[in-house]
Design a protein around this ligand. Structure first.
Ligand code: SF4
Length: 368
């Protein structure tokens, strides 16, 4: 068993790093150290004081490689850190948790402390301020603990993306709208996503808050004379909200954002267990130009293992329903490297999805 005790504002990130090392273990949140003699690993982080100065203390107990480190912290900052300071401390915490756990487990995951999405943005931010290739590669290796071959891959991917990004016209912008609800939570999920069965009561207030953001954003875009090149409604899974709420969401986008010159407007209809004819019809009647139905894998045992409450047959049915409703632009996301999957299983997925003739395919990779 792995016990973890961290302030609420860091627990999510720390658990992400823990999962890199203890994918199959139970990770339990603890409020205090288990009694002496307890089995398992205990990882804690808390604000404390050393030599009269405020510190953030990280400790790992259990096994052969205990770890103890005090990081400089702001006095009494607690949960109230500013965004930049919190981001810096969060990365420092992740680095030390990573070092503690790699000492304990005897291996280092190849992507270091990176657990979320869009890792190339780290490279883009540094390229934008003129840092050199050598400096960026060294930073990826030494700070983010990324293995040299992966650091090189990340840098090369960012350079390839940059060629596309540099073509974006001046004043053209893209908008992402997040709907943080899903049918169930996938085991690898690093997004803000809440099971709709438990959180349906929050959808109304979330949409109201979103309306305020969209209205304001629409006004700013208009005042500054920007052109909206693309809109992506993702999440979460936007289609996990009920049909009247989905209609409300699409209307608020169309009423407040000028989509007159928008080249692509995508709605993620990711999980087939969130789709039905009524919702597809609502989307079809809106200005959405592309939907995304995401199998991730076409192997039923994997779907079950990763916490998705549907089968590969449901994916085929959802595609059929979408085609019947008139959609001719469908994306399908796949993930290579899901737990327990072999190359032959991925090939099976590719073949099955190929048979569905999606217009786009996104291939993500999971590596641990
Ligand atoms: S469908 Fe996507 S957002 Fe929803 S739980 Fe799974 S990975 Fe997370």
């Amino acid at each position: 068993l792995v016990f973890v005790c961290f302030p609420k504002s860091f627990i999510y990130d720390v658990k992400d790093v823990l999962k890199l090392f203890f994918m199959d273990e139970d990770i339990a949140e603890a409020v205090e150290e288990p009694p002496p003699g307890s089995r398992g690993v205990f990882l804690s982080g808390r604000y404390s004081e050393a030599d009269g100065k405020p510190v953030f203390r990280i400790q790992l107990k259990g096994g052969e490689a205990p770890y103890f480190r005090d990081l400089p912290a702001e006095p009494k900052a607690g949960e109230l850190l500013g965004y930049e300071m919190r981001k810096t401390l969060k990365n420092e915490i992740k680095r030390h948790v990573f070092d503690a756990l790699s000492g304990y487990a005897g291996f280092e995951p190849p992507w270091g402390i990176l657990t979320g999405i869009r890792p190339a943005k780290i490279v883009h931010e540094r390229l934008a301020i003129g840092l050199t290739e050598d400096y960026i590669l060294a930073r990826l290796r030494d700070y983010y603990r990324i293995r040299p071959d992966k650091a090189r891959l990340l840098y090369d991917v960012a350079q390839a993306e940059k060629k596309v990004l540099d073509r974006t016209e001046h004043g053209g912008i893209s908008i992402y709208i997040g709907i943080p609800f899903c049918a169930t939570r996938c085991v690898y999920c690093s997004f803000t996503s809440n099971p709709i069965s438990k959180y349906a009561g929050l959808v109304g207030s979330y949409l109201e808050a979103l309306r305020r953001d969209i209205v304001l954003t629409g006004r700013i875009i208009k005042d500054k004379g920007h052109r909206i090149q693309s809109v992506y409604i993702g999440g979460g899974t936007p289609t996990s909200i009920d049909a009247p709420d989905l209609r409300k969401l699409l209307l608020m986008v169309e009423e407040n954002l000028d989509l007159g010159a928008t080249e692509e407007y995508t709605l993620e209809a990711g999980r087939p267990d969130s789709l039905d004819k009524e919702k597809l019809k609502i989307i079809r009647d809106s200005r959405v130009s592309r939907i995304s139905i995401n199998p991730q894998t076409m192997n039923d045992e994997t779907l079950k293992a990763i916490g998705r409450n549907h089968t590969s047959g449901d994916i085929v049915r959802a595609f059929g329903l979408a085609r019947e409703t008139g959609f001719d632009n469908i994306n399908a996301d796949l993930i290579a490297g899901l737990p327990g999957e072999t190359p032959a299983m991925f090939e099976h997925t590719l073949q099955q999805v190929w048979n569905l003739h999606p217009e786009y395919n996104t291939d993500d990779r999971l590596e641990a």
